[in-house]
Design a protein around this ligand. Structure first.
Ligand SMILES: Nc1nc2c(ncn2[C@@H]2O[C@H](COP(=O)(O)OP(=O)(O)OP(=O)(O)O)[C@@H](O)[C@H]2O)c(=O)[nH]1
Ligand SMILES: [Mg+2]
Length: 458
């Protein structure tokens, strides 16, 4: 338990119908009693989880009519005594209510401090706390489905099952270690191998789930490249659902790089429209072309747009060679128009880029297939955001990778007939790594890092 009582405005900054000020800590109720005067006669009982109607008093004068609710520890969000005051949602009045609370003994909460306390007091596991961060930042439905599943504990359950497996295997192997003259019986060895196989499968699946969660939550930096007039800006607008980029039939329309985050199915793309790549003497366009090449190089995913209505040229060939070592999707656009591209070049595209989509941005054709292709690239066809255990963020992913490495090592040691204590050592390291994901005893520094990403009031 912490020895100070904290408070902050837990609703968003800005004018609204209602705002909520949260107080958490041992003095929460006594502070509430000092600042809140209930309507009606008699003593206010402040029964937990009951909502009382009254006024906030500052220097003997009422400043707003509010409702107040008391949650008695440990049955509260943070696990401490918590009081929540709902006042009218004006900027000034909300700040005034907070100041009354602060001047009566509470300290201003830091970013994420309520959730941090909930974690420290054992109300939330780390992965559930991270899911709270996700639901607050969510900008689309896929992120909501994922955070709801994580808050339900889908990942925590999977991690607990894995921990149980590791512990059981380690315990069994140590029985043999305690009798050093004994070899690990063949049967044990075979069973262990089988069970490690299953653990490896689960860990691989968790690793794959990170590909999905990254695409859903962080977004994939994606550059649309191609020669001038191929239809890049048209595609950019179609995916954005807005007329953001200028589209004309003049080659060299786009000069600068523009960026917008879009959802294509469940995948979030941080999409960059770029200038058409070609040799040019125009100073401004030349800068644009250099930037386009740089974006192509930096992006995680490249959408290479080719114009099917034109014969291919050197620029198309250059773009194809620049994209071939990258994660790329080739888009053969303008399939509605008369064909100009040669079959030989189409074949070359297919040889160099494994994913090819025929499209007519004008007619809206091929966009569904692009969504399907993206879902498949980022494992959203195999991972269910609502039901599967999904890992979130680099911290969790690196723990899973380490566990995977150590478990594979244990498997290899088992195969070459190493003694059980050596196999166990690798398994213990794998277990420690899995425990880190939802751990109680992880370092202050990491805990701070996780919760500082939250906003004040959460
Ligand atoms: N027929 C047909 N025309 C298209 C299609 N997509 C785009 N266009 C037309 O192609 C021309 C160029 O489109 P843009 O989207 O500006 O092409 P861009 O690749 O951004 O061109 P730059 O910015 O100059 O590099 C415009 O006249 C579009 O209307 C399509 O699918 N079919
Ligand atoms: Mg353009």
């Amino acid at each position: 338990m912490f020895n100070d009582t904290i408070s902050a405005i837990s609703t968003a900054k800005g004018k609204g119908g209602v705002a909520m000020i949260r107080i958490s800590g041992a003095d929460a109720l006594s502070i509430l009693k000092r600042v809140f005067l209930p309507f009606g006669k008699g003593e206010c009982p402040f029964e937990p989880r009951k909502c009382y109607y009254g006024r906030i008093i500052r220097d003997g004068v009422s400043i707003d009519d509010v409702t107040a609710t008391y949650f008695k520890a440990p049955a509260s969000y943070t696990g401490e005594d918590v009081c929540e005051i709902c006042c009218h949602g004006g900027l000034y009045v909300t700040q005034a209510v907070l100041e009354v609370v602060l001047s009566n003994g509470a300290r201003m909460a830091n970013a994420g401090e309520f959730t941090r306390r909930a974690y420290i007091n054992g109300k939330l596991t780390l992965t559930r706390a991270e899911a709270v961060g996700l639901v607050i930042d969510a900008t689309n439905d896929a992120q909501l489905r994922l955070s709801a599943s994580l808050q339900r504990g889908t990942l925590t359950k999977k991690l607990d099952a894995l921990k149980g497996e590791y512990l059981d295997l380690i315990a069994r192997a140590y029985v043999v270690v305690d009798y050093p003259d004994e070899e690990l019986p063949r049967l044990e060895r075979d069973e262990m191998r089988e069970r490690l196989e299953k653990i490896l499968f689960e860990l691989e699946k968790l690793k794959t789930s990170h590909r999905a969660s990254r695409a859903v939550c962080e977004g994939i930096t994606t550059a649309i490249v191609g020669r001038p007039n191929a239809g890049k800006s048209s595609l950019y607008n179609a995916l954005s659902g807005e007329d953001l980029a200028i589209v004309t039939d003049i080659a060299g329309t786009t000069r600068d790089v523009i960026e917008h985050s879009v959802s294509v199915g469940d995948v979030t793309l941080r999409l960059f429209d770029t200038a058409g790549i070609r040799e040019t003497l125009d100073t401004v366009e030349k800068i644009g072309v250099d930037r386009a090449k740089q974006k192509l190089d930096e992006a995680e995913l490249v959408l290479c747009v080719f114009d099917a209505s034109e014969a291919e040229n050197d620029e198309d060939a250059l773009i194809l060679s620049l994209a071939q070592d990258k994660s790329a999707i080739a888009i053969i656009n303008k399939t509605d128009a008369e064909r100009g591209m040669s079959e030989a070049f189409e074949k070359q595209i297919k040889e160099k880029i494994s994913r090819v989509i025929y499209m007519s941005v004008r007619d809206g054709q091929g966009l569904d297939e692009l969504a399907r292709t993206l879902a498949q690239m980022y494992a959203l066809d195999e991972i269910s955001l609502s039901n599967d255990a999904v890992i979130l963020g680099a911290r969790q992913a690196s723990s899973v990778s380490l566990a995977l490495e150590k478990t594979s090592e244990a498997m290899a040691l088992l195969r070459i007939g190493e003694s059980p204590d050596i196999v166990c050592f690798a398994l213990e390291e794998a277990l420690a790594s899995i425990e880190q994901i939802d751990a109680r005893g992880i370092s202050e520094q990491i805990v701070d890092q996780i919760f500082s990403r939250f906003c004040v009031g959460k």
